[in-house]
Design a binder for this molecule. Structure first.
Ligand SMILES: *[C@@H]1O[C@H](CO)[C@@H](O)[C@H](O)[C@H]1NC(C)=O
Ligand SMILES: *[C@@H]1O[C@H](CO)[C@@H](O)[C@H](O)[C@H]1NC(C)=O
Ligand SMILES: *[C@@H]1O[C@H](CO)[C@@H](O)[C@H](O)[C@H]1NC(C)=O
Ligand SMILES: *[C@@H]1O[C@H](CO)[C@@H](O)[C@H](O)[C@H]1NC(C)=O
Ligand SMILES: *[C@@H]1O[C@H](CO)[C@@H](O)[C@H](O)[C@H]1NC(C)=O
Ligand SMILES: *[C@@H]1O[C@H](CO)[C@@H](O)[C@H](O)[C@H]1NC(C)=O
Length: 365
């Protein structure tokens, strides 16, 4: 009897100690979960009605069959890259060489146009780069803001044709930094739709910029409406080969509009009645937040909850960011106690890159 009581007392004390231990154990271990919100289309936005039709018959000056009919690819990453941005391509390759991508069942290509040889890079150098890495796709159109839609649609067309068995297609810009490990984790853990899929940062109620001095100036002739349809930022989004194919087919029947993400994920998606899935929670528009994330991983092993952000003109950020956050892939990291926006004192040390220009334009906050 007395023995039983002693055992019960010991048990209760043990349980209490365990509970206290768990309560005071800091920081709390953490497994990220991913949530998706769906936004339905706003069909009240009037679409433009101009004349010039899109010609989707691209010729590839450089092509690489990186998918090679592989049937178990998780994703193919399409990076729209300016001809001369050798540094950003290099940072991505150093962070994740194609051999390492293969271990994750991923592939990657960079989408280029043609440019007159300039003091930074020549077509000969681009051919040489391709010989070394076999990961460039170059179309027969000139590099220009007003040709961005050609590059974007070329990428989707190429993916639908050469990587049709890949589960996902990721489209991103070369000045955007993504947390590769977490994107892979997100794709593994989230059930994204297998038919129509556009998931990313949703922008709605945007209006065309009518200031001729702005590089994103849009004339009435190019787009006559006063609102853009809801669209997904071209910084980064996830789609799949079936959706790419539908978009490309529809593009041959929809007048050309040069702001590529609005054209592809807004105007065409609306015509196809494709829903947008929001990944907004994982985006930041501040490159400084990525820096703070890196510091917190190093200092406190806090998990970096951000998956996508602009490089702010730091062409090597893709590499350094992924090098540091890799710790949380290989080891246990912890959930931060106070949100980043309260602890990260922005140090404005970046020159304004294309990313920031886009932020201004889209007011992507
Ligand atoms: C739909 O878009 C129109 C402008 O095109 C806007 O006035 C309206 O508020 C939007 N509706 C929703 C629900 O976002
Ligand atoms: C493409 O796949 C075939 C077999 O399906 C293989 O023999 C060939 O080596 C692969 N090529 C590349 C570049 O991986
Ligand atoms: C891929 O498969 C198609 C048929 O499904 C075939 O025509 C083509 O030659 C294959 N390509 C490669 C590189 O194996
Ligand atoms: C995600 O799934 C793929 C296969 O679908 C697997 O190769 C990879 O190791 C997984 N990655 C993680 C981080 O779980
Ligand atoms: C877009 O590319 C085409 C084909 O190379 C070229 O004719 C056109 O001038 C380019 N547009 C701009 C705005 O440079
Ligand atoms: C930080 O972000 C959260 C939402 O993620 C918001 O509720 C909070 O007001 C923000 N704090 C500051 C200081 O901006």
């Amino acid at each position: 009897m007395a023995n039983n009581r002693r055992i019960i007392a010991i048990l209760i004390i043990t349980i209490l100690m365990v509970v206290l231990f768990i309560i005071f154990l800091e920081p709390i271990s953490y497994k990220p979960e991913y949530n998706l919100e769906v936004t339905y289309l706003n069909l009240s936005t009037k679409l433009p009605d101009t004349k010039k039709l899109f010609d989707v018959n691209f010729k590839y000056i450089i092509n690489n069959n990186v998918c090679n009919n592989s049937s178990h690819l998780q994703a193919v990453i399409l990076v729209t890259s300016y001809f001369g941005n050798v540094e950003t391509r290099s940072a991505m390759r150093r962070a994740f060489p194609s051999e390492k991508l293969k271990e994750f069942n991923l592939r990657r290509v960079f989408l280029l146009g043609i440019a007159p040889d300039d003091k930074y890079i020549t077509q000969k150098a681009v051919l040489h780069e391709n010989k070394r890495f076999s990961d460039l796709i170059q179309g027969n159109f000139k590099e220009a803001y007003r040709n961005l839609t050609y590059k974007h649609v070329m990428g989707l067309k190429w993916a639908a044709e050469y990587c049709k068995d890949s589960q996902y297609i990721i489209k991103m810009d070369d000045d955007i930094v993504i947390n590769m490990y977490k994107i892979i984790d997100l794709m593994n853990k989230t059930k994204l739709p297998s038919r129509n899929l556009l998931a990313g940062y949703i922008l709605s109620g945007m209006t065309p910029i009518r200031e001729p001095a702005n590089k994103w100036y849009v004339t009435n002739e190019e787009y006559e409406g006063s609102f853009y349809p809801t669209f997904i930022s071209g910084w980064f989004y996830i789609t799949n080969p079936k959706t790419c194919k539908k978009i490309v087919e529809m593009s041959s029947r929809v007048p050309y509009f040069w702001v590529d993400d609005i054209y592809v994920t807004g105007i065409i998606a609306q015509k196809l009645r494709i829903k947008h899935y929001s990944l907004k929670a994982y985006f930041t528009v501040h490159p400084e937040f990525l820096q703070c994330c890196m510091r917190d991983v190093e200092k406190s092993q806090y998990d970096c909850e951000l998956l996508v952000g602009p490089n702010g003109g730091d062409n090597n950020l893709f590499f350094s960011f992924n090098e540091i956050v890799a710790v949380c892939y290989h080891e246990q990291c912890y959930k931060r106690k106070r949100p980043l926006n309260e602890t990260c004192v922005a140090e404005r040390k970046f020159t304004l890159g294309k990313g920031n220009a886009l932020v201004e334009t889209y007011r992507l906050a």
